[in-house]
Ligand binder design. Sequence first.
Ligand SMILES: [Fe+2]
Length: 324
Amino acid sequence: MAKLFLLQVNIIGMMDNSKKYQNMGFGLGLRKEHYQDVLDSFPAEGSSLNIDWFEILTENYLVAGGKPLYFLDKIAERYPMAMHGVSMNIGNTGALDKDYLKQVKSLKNRINAHWLSDHLCWTGTNGTNAHDLLPLPYTEEAIKHVVERIQQVQDFLGGRMLIENVSSYVSYKQSEMTEWEFLSEIAHRADCLLLLDINNIYVSAVNHEFDPLDYLLSVPKERVQQFHLAGHSDYGDYVIDTHDMPVCDAVWSLYARAVEHFGDITFMIERDDNIPPLETLLMELNLAREISHRVKQTGYDVELVQKIQSGLAHKLSPGQEIPV
Ligand SMILES: [Fe+2]
């Protein structure tokens, strides 16, 4: 009986692993400010940059030609890529934009992207674009609606997409469940994967006064393909997901918990405004690597987090280790 149970556990484990794409390691968002630095740092015998992969903002490259596409082609020859979109409007009640999806599929094939992601949100309706990632009501009706649309997208693309949790500043009185229950149920029914934005969990936790660990530890492990980390603006009573500054200590702490819980997950830092030199982002990426390494060795512990919170880790240069 015990053997049978073990066999069942192993089979389930194998099935779960097969749902995911390959782990790509530690990456950065590709930004135009760094195009030339990235290319210059890539000699024929191998890259001198300690970056495993790049994530692009899909909509920046849905064009017929031009400089961004020129650089993207060059960089995609050298690094693994993934695509991250903001315009799928998966929560909208109107029809999916087939032209947009065709362009996305074409770009995915062009750069051989490992996967593509977009947000669990709506961005406009009736032809109006809000230019923002707006949250959905957490209801059974919304689950059914979004699941059907994700399945349509996945059928069109021929593979699993990733859905990302957004940060939010409002809630709906119609909601029937928590955000993490909503996200998890959609991932399960649509058979899609998750891009867990740890900063977004933190931002929403502060704004809506819930424990971010309740969220983090409730998401199904077998569905989480990628992490995002980013900086935000803290206004005391509320925080806004601005992506214009370094990752804060509380979010690093949550990241350490995520590594302990989820293990090796493809990781990436999002910086969309106030773009620093590539070297600065490499320091942050190195910090993520070190935290992951330490947590996997010894588990999450208060001392590690205190070292991070002291700001010591932010002074590291690439290649150095956290002195814990
Ligand atoms: Fe994100």
